[in-house]
Design a protein. Structure first.
Length: 195
């Protein structure tokens, strides 16, 4: 006689075992665990469950694009962009560098534009001022061609400027206003003020 799987046992009118309403399946049973299904057939679990993910808080935006993870009992496929090594250049003092959202591998960098770096030399920075670690050496008189001038006051307005070939005035000497007194025919003094 061929052995049959038994899923229900009744003895003395009393049901001792009844598997017929059970819902256990190999996929719902932990891997390696044995039991019987509703027909009484022995089964070995195949479910690889290894963690309760119901309390996980990750979202698809926080998982790298193309990668999968489990959270809250479901598989999630990541949407976070892989930016790798992002490199940005600053070329203006007011420029803000926007760091894109996503994963960065740590190899990226933000640098000052090479043309702007070349300008940051001591001779371009005022003496006593330090900009980005560059201590200034410029006195402000570099390439100056000063001229000293002497002027005589006049009744007309004068603009005192350096002559061609000079770019600044080192000194302006204003002569005294010419003043002279002389006796006149009426018996008084004539005062002459040049200008």
């Amino acid at each position: 006689m061929t052995a049959k799987n038994i899923n229900k046992v009744i003895y003395g009118g009393k049901t001792l075992i009844d598997l017929s309403a059970d819902t256990v399946t190999a996929g719902g049973l932990l891997s390696g665990v044995t039991a019987h299904d509703k027909s009484g057939v022995p089964i070995t679990g195949t479910c690889p469950f290894d963690v309760d993910s119901s309390g996980a808080t990750a979202s698809v935006a926080e998982i790298l694009e193309g990668k999968t993870a489990y959270a809250r009992g479901a598989v999630l496929t990541g949407m976070m962009p892989n930016n790798g090594a992002v490199e940005k250049v600053i070329s203006g003092k007011e420029q803000a560098v926007i760091i894109p959202q996503g994963y960065h591998d740590g190899g990226g960098k933000v640098v000052i534009d090479t043309a702007e770096q070349a300008k940051l030399v001591p001779g371009n920075v005022r003496e006593g001022v330090t900009i980005l670690g560059v201590e200034g050496a410029m006195s402000g008189s570099e390439d100056s061609k000063p001229q000293a001038k002497t002027v005589t006051p006049s009744a007309a307005e004068q603009a005192i400027l350096p002559d061609e070939g000079y770019n600044c005035l080192s000194q302006v000497t204003v002569l005294p206003i010419p003043y002279a007194e002389s006796e006149n025919s009426a018996g008084g003094l004539t005062v002459t003020i040049a200008g």
